[in-house]
Design a protein around this ligand. Structure first.
Ligand code: ARG
Length: 271
């Protein structure tokens, strides 16, 4: 490659009497010196995983600033099985799909529900987790089912499936829907009394309540909420990476490591 590219230049340079210049120019492009490894092929590069790390127990930052959680362990295990390396980068939910589309992230793991709409702009792995929406209210609230929060001020994380279901109930442009950058912010607002309910993924709401016994919250489930499946997202058309992820996922389900990760985070094995 080096020789091919440079020979015409060297020849031209010699003819023009500026051989030295031409050689100096080519020298800059000289491949790695003997003994050092050539640059790794694309597949061997460390893949950048985007995650909105404010979603315990799926993804959050620990005291050391490391990103950890169920999703993180699942992707690490998949990467180990499928033979690729990953690094996790905290990526706000608001820009997360754009970051994937722009190529700033190779994949996303962020408790992302696979939806028909999202499938139009990105590709998803096989489902790796099942979830549902869950309502959090103050203990004394008059709420027994989803319908009961129709006229209430409801907090959601902007652009999530929680936002979507509440939008269906109240009308998308309802002034009673308060959209927050993160789910913890919505829950804080419930505590502060700024909203009367929060609708978010069950795992996160349950975890929050369990860790904030003083918050005075209660949960309300409703069978009307559809079952949601989380998937790992890749850029639309990245079939090669998707196949590796799916293969890795099959592998960690078959060898029991998925169940171990599940138990470590949720204290039981998946139903
Ligand atoms: N499952 C929901 C959705 O896909 C919420 C996901 C939010 N995830 C996060 N890490 N903030 O819309």
């Amino acid at each position: 490659m080096f020789a091919n590219r440079c020979i015409p230049w060297i020849a031209a340079g010699l003819l023009a009497g500026v051989a030295a210049l031409a050689l100096a120019g080519c020298g800059k492009q000289e491949p790695t010196p003997a003994g050092t490894a050539p640059p790794p092929p694309a597949a061997a590069r460390v893949l950048v995983v985007g995650t909105d790390a404010a979603y315990t127990p799926f993804e959050s930052q620990n005291e050391k600033g490391e990103i950890a959680g169920f999703d993180i362990d699942v992707v690490k295990a998949i990467a180990g099985k499928a033979g690729f390396e990953v690094k996790f980068v905290d990526t706000p939910w608001e820009g997360i799909f754009n970051a994937l589309d722009q190529g700033d992230r190779d994949l996303l793991v962020s408790a992302i529900t696979i939806t028909g709409e999202r499938r139009q702009t990105m590709d998803f792995s096989k489902p790796y987790f099942e979830a549902r929406q869950l309502i959090a209210v103050k203990r004394d609230a008059q709420v027994a089912r989803f319908e009961d929060i129709k006229a209430m001020k409801v907090g959601v994380q902007n652009g999530t499936t929680g936002d979507e279901v509440v939008g269906k109930l109240q009308g998308k442009s309802s002034g009673n829907i308060k959209r927050f950058e993160s789910t913890p912010l919505a829950l804080k607002e419930l505590e502060a009394g700024g909203v009367e309910a929060v609708v978010a993924d069950n795992g996160v709401v349950e975890h929050y309540l369990a860790n904030n016994p003083g918050g005075g919250f209660r949960t309300v489930s409703d069978a009307a909420f559809p079952v949601e499946q989380y998937g790992i997202a890749v850029k639309k058309g990245n079939a090669e990476l998707l196949a590796r992820i799916d293969k890795g996922l099959d592998g960690i389900k078959a060898d029991g490591s998925y169940d171990k990760i599940y138990a470590a985070h949720f204290g039981s094995t998946p139903k």
